[in-house]
Write a protein that binds this ligand. Structure first.
Ligand code: ASP
Ligand code: MG
Length: 412
């Protein structure tokens, strides 16, 4: 029988009534003839609570025990979902990560999936089980200990199961009805997209759109898993939600598909560093080691052998960045006059695979910002994305202006 993967996020299993509502959706797919693999998150708020308990007990916690504790939220919802389905007369069984077994690396709290052998679940499907309810977010290390996949990891569990079982589709049920052109809380003309390309979704996810874990999109792209985001609170059918798919499967291509933002950025400048071969490595090596997620980088004009180096990173990493640079200075690896941090900036980006074949996206973007009197501090581009750093107080305005400039209120 064809296999369908259905994933329910925390808000979709937040209480027994919602679990029952989700189970009803599963039952309908079983009746349509699918063998279903359901992947569940913990009830909303549960994982945060468990993380809090771990941190209160042991500030520098042992990551193996962190995983033992935080993985438990999904065990509860998996069991309850299986029971709910059984009460509806659907043959269902719950599966914790180790029972599948979903094999991972031993990088506790951020483990990577290595293999999902099908034999155990296939055998039960063969014996009449119609739904395997899998606890998301968790697996088992080569040492035989429970691991977790990083926050939001149930999305990745779901896509990995879809790839392993050759599922027809992987449906991600959540509390929004799809992927939007931008955040509807900022721009009320934001539109739900019917389709979006993997590459675009990957950019949007890594720019902070929280609807899918970035790794789940990477995995879906690699294994060509048809991924769909849809609401668990609405009546849905084959055409609901947003389909994340290959760009060839999108007929009416938008030049720009979305405007993304990241509110809490900082712009850090090292003033007057020696302009010599190896200087970038001497700066960004120690920053990487200190765990600073450097995003944009600009090297300014050089004068008399000295230059300024500017980069952006999340605001809360500025102290770490300063410390790393001061240490590198003491060690004689770099030499600068001053570190200046501007912590009142945001990043706004436009994303679209149409940029590859359409000239003028950058100029449209810059003109739209200029028309609002918004000064651009730093610019970076990739093949399908242009990002700018601007003053935080203009962030909402910039998102709205760009949404208008690219006609996204008519996007589909
Ligand atoms: N419950 C986990 C979290 O909140 C995993 C997930 O829901 O995807 O991060
Ligand atoms: Mg999530």
């Amino acid at each position: 029988m064809p296999v369908l993967v259905m994933k329910f996020g925390g808000t979709s299993v937040a209480d027994l009534a919602r679990i029952s509502n989700a189970a009803e959706k599963v039952r309908r797919e079983v009746e349509r003839g699918y063998d279903v693999i359901v992947v569940v998150s913990a009830m909303s708020g549960k994982t945060n609570e468990l993380v809090g308990w771990v941190e209160q007990t042991s500030p520098l916690f042992d990551a193996r025990e962190y995983d033992a504790v935080v993985s438990s939220g999904e065990n509860v919802t998996a069991g309850l979902m299986a029971l709910t389905l059984q009460e509806m007369g659907v043959p269902a069984r719950s599966w914790q990560g180790w029972q599948v077994p979903l094999k991972t690396s031993s990088a506790h709290s951020a483990a990577r999936i290595v293999d999902i052998p099908r034999a155990n679940i296939d055998q039960k499907f063969g014996e009449g089980m119609r739904v395997a309810v899998v606890a998301g977010f968790q697996g088992i290390s080569p040492e035989g200990r429970i691991t977790t996949l990083g926050r939001g990891g149930s999305d990745t569990t779901a896509v990995a199961f879809a790839a392993a079982f050759g599922a027809e589709r992987c449906d991600i049920y959540t509390d929004v009805d799809g992927v939007y052109t931008t955040d509807p809380r900022i721009e009320d003309k934001a539109r739900k997209l019917d389709r979006i390309a993997f590459e675009e979704m990957l950019e949007l996810a890594s720019l902070g759109a929280k609807v899918l874990q970035t790794r789940s999109v990477e995995l879906a792209m690699r294994y060509k898993v048809k991924l769909r985001v849809l609401s668990s609170f609405e009546d849905t059918d084959e055409t609901s939600g947003t389909l994340v798919c290959d760009e060839e499967d999108i007929v009416e291509q938008n030049v720009v598909s979305g405007v993304a933002y990241s509110r809490d950025e900082a712009k850090v400048t090292l003033i007057s560093v020696a302009d010599r071969p190896g200087i970038a490595a001497a700066i960004f090596g120690p920053l990487a080691k200190a765990g600073v997620n450097v995003d944009m980088i600009v090297q300014n004009i050089s004068e008399e052998g000295r230059t300024d180096m500017t980069f952006s990173c999340p605001v809360n990493q500025v102290p770490r960045a300063r410390e790393a640079m001061e240490k590198a200075m003491e060690a004689g690896e770099v030499n600068f006059r001053q570190v200046v941090a501007d912590t009142d900036v945001s990043k706004v980006s436009v994303v679209g695979i149409g940029m590859r074949s359409h000239a003028g996206v950058a100029s449209t973007m810059f003109e739209a910002l200029a028309a609002e009197g918004i000064n651009i501090r730093v610019i970076t581009t990739s093949e399908i994305k242009i990002s700018v750093l601007i003053d935080r107080k203009y962030m909402e305005l910039a998102v709205q202006a760009l949404h208008d400039a690219f006609g996204l209120e008519n996007a589909a």
